[in-house]
Design a protein around this ligand. Structure first.
Ligand code: FAD
Length: 516
């Protein structure tokens, strides 16, 4: 289709326009819209597309107020739309105010620079230029005053008010306001350094800085490592009582049917549990693989690689390791080119005859528990398992940097039940797996791709509201992992992320609570 031939896909957090949806998107929309008109053959457009994708990830939380869209004017079907909007060159970016009329041609961005930060600032400037119909989902962006704060809690039904003190040129206050737009029970206002009353009352000396202000006039400084946008947003989105808003409630009751409620197992959110890893193996080996009646060719090769990597690197209890090694040597000795799942299962279960070799039956999710039965669990366990395996291969000095990742790639491609997940994952593999040239870069690759997935799924229906998708690890878990560039944009400190991952997923940090 035209959409697939273009430079963007549905998973980029960018709305793909076509003649069928363009009117609904641009005319009388409650959100402002930013539209890139491009041609898929145009070199500048191709060069610009990674920037536009990062911009979409960067401001994904702003969607109800301002949404990003794109349309491929080179696609035959879209030509008329692009002509109607009087597009002459590519790429052209246009801003459409909320509630734009049918005859609005939008406001073109003139000479925009090709970096996320200045595009974001430009979008905020345009957003603030709404004269009449302000997008209803957009909170106020203008600076607040002592007078407004004095009556704030009388007129707003929230428990948390964050005040960001900054100078007039700074965009941080407005950015954080928009980053928190989809969260309930928190409001953000910017206060200019010239607002003498509030500055004196709170004793503010640093700009920017962020304070939590409570009914009755008490206040505390928001503790962050670096006074910058992402640090404020991270911290505010996870204040007690702050939750993502706007979830369809009927969804959850539907899934309650037919599930036996297990008791909740208290756990430490920043640790890895063996019980999750064993549960993942149970589900993978006894349920997911059982969907294949026979393994041959590519599927058989994938199964062999997977089991061999498990036998080598799974940091399991001796009984589990004995089982994995038994299954592995049986599999590797197999020469007929074809095995049935039944034969595989016989070895899996009958290894019980071999003393001290068994994989516990059933699942006991701990760190992968979800607030509802359809959240987290197995896919969470799959990520955990492969992070642990890449780290284990690194620390035991495996010889092939790609051994674990290609086993994972093949497993996901051939067996992982979530087919759209497999497709997305394969796209990431093809885009960047060649970057991996050492055991430690394999660990970092999986971490950064997992964050890509987290980014894409922020706000998705599959996100457990009690476990919001974050760019992981959070500053609370690893403050040294986070830093900012000179211009204040967030940057991962990879020299710190690597040792963090190596320790977090190491066999000696795995907790054995709740094992049978
Ligand atoms: P998960 O993302 O499952 O993470 C599990 C745990 O790993 C977290 O609790 C955290 O402790 C840790 N963690 C989080 N981020 C990182 C990181 N960057 N590096 C290391 N550790 C981290 N779901 C979809 O809806 N669409 C998809 O396209 C999709 N693709 C997937 C592809 C793969 C290969 C897998 C394994 C899963 C995919 N899923 C997809 C499922 C989704 O990624 C989550 O697993 C699921 O929503 C459960 O989320 P969670 O909150 O338990 O956290």
């Amino acid at each position: 289709s035209a959409a697939e031939a273009g430079l963007y896909t549905a998973s980029d957090q960018i709305l793909l326009l076509s003649p069928g949806n363009v009117e609904a998107a641009l005319i009388n929309s409650t959100a402002a819209m930013v539209v890139e008109f491009y041609a898929s053959w145009c070199g500048h457009c191709i060069a610009f597309s990674p920037v536009y994708k990062s911009l979409a990830r960067d401001i994904k939380e702003w969607k109800p107020a301002v949404n990003l869209a794109a349309i491929d004017c080179a696609a035959e079907d879209n030509r008329k739309v692009c002509t109607n909007y009087r597009i002459r060159g590519y790429p052209t970016i246009k801003f459409f105010h909320a509630y734009s009329k049918a005859d609005s041609a939008g406001l073109a961005f003139k000479d925009f620079s090709r970096d996320v930060r200045s595009l974001r600032h430009k979008i905020m400037d345009k957003l603030e230029s709404h004269v009449e119909a302000w997008p209803p989902a957009c909170p106020p962006l203008e600076p607040t005053s002592q007078a407004e704060i004095d009556i704030f809690f009388e007129t707003n039904n929230v428990q948390n008010l964050a005040l960001i003190f900054e100078d007039a040129k700074s965009y941080i206050g407005r950015e954080v306001t928009l980053d928190l737009l989809q969260f309930e029970n928190v409001a953000v206002r910017r206060v200019l350094n010239t607002e003498a009353g509030l500055v004196t009352k709170l004793g503010v000396t640093e700009f920017p800085s962020c304070y939590l202000y409570y009914p009755g006039g008490n206040f505390t400084r928001l503790p962050v490592n670096i006074e910058a946008r992402t640090f404020y947003s991270y911290a505010l989105q996870r204040l007690p009582g702050v939750v993502r808003s706007g979830r369809p409630p009927s969804f959850t009751t539907f899934f309650h049917i037919n599930t036996t409620e297990e008791p909740w197992r208290p756990f430490n959110k920043s640790r890895v549990y063996m019980s999750d890893l064993e549960s993942t193996l149970h589900y993978s080996l006894r349920v997911e693989l059982a969907a294949q009646p026979v393994f041959k060719g590519e599927a058989l090769r994938s199964l062999k690689k997977y089991i061999s990597v498990l036998a080598k690197y799974f940091p399991g209890r001796p009984v589990v390791m004995n089982l994995l090694k038994t299954v592995n040597s049986w599999l590797q000795n197999e020469t007929s080119g074809q095995i049935s799942y039944e034969a595989f299962k016989d070895i899996l279960e009958n290894s019980a005859q071999i003393p001290n070799a068994a994989l516990p039956e059933g699942v006991r999710w701990v760190g992968c528990q979800g607030s509802q039965p359809h959240f987290r669990r197995y896919p969470c366990g799959v990520w955990m398992l492969f992070h642990v395996l890449t780290v284990q291969a690194n620390s035991t000095g495996g010889s092939d940097p790609l051994e674990v990742l290609s086993a994972m790639r093949n497993y996901v491609q051939n067996f992982f039940g979530c087919r759209p997940c497999a497709e997305h994952f394969e796209n990431m593999v093809m885009e960047s797996l060649m970057e991996v040239n050492s055991l430690s870069s394999a660990v970092l690759w999986l971490w950064s791709r997992h964050n890509r997935v987290n980014n894409r799924l922020t706000g998705a229906l599959s996100e457990d509201p009690k476990f919001p998708k974050i760019q992981w690890p959070s500053p609370e878990m690893c403050s040294a992992c986070h830093t900012v560039k000179e211009n204040g944009e967030h940057r991962w400190n990879r020299e710190q992320v690597l040792p963090f991952l190596l320790s977090y997923f190491s066999s000696s940090s795995i907790l054995t609570d709740y094992l049978e």
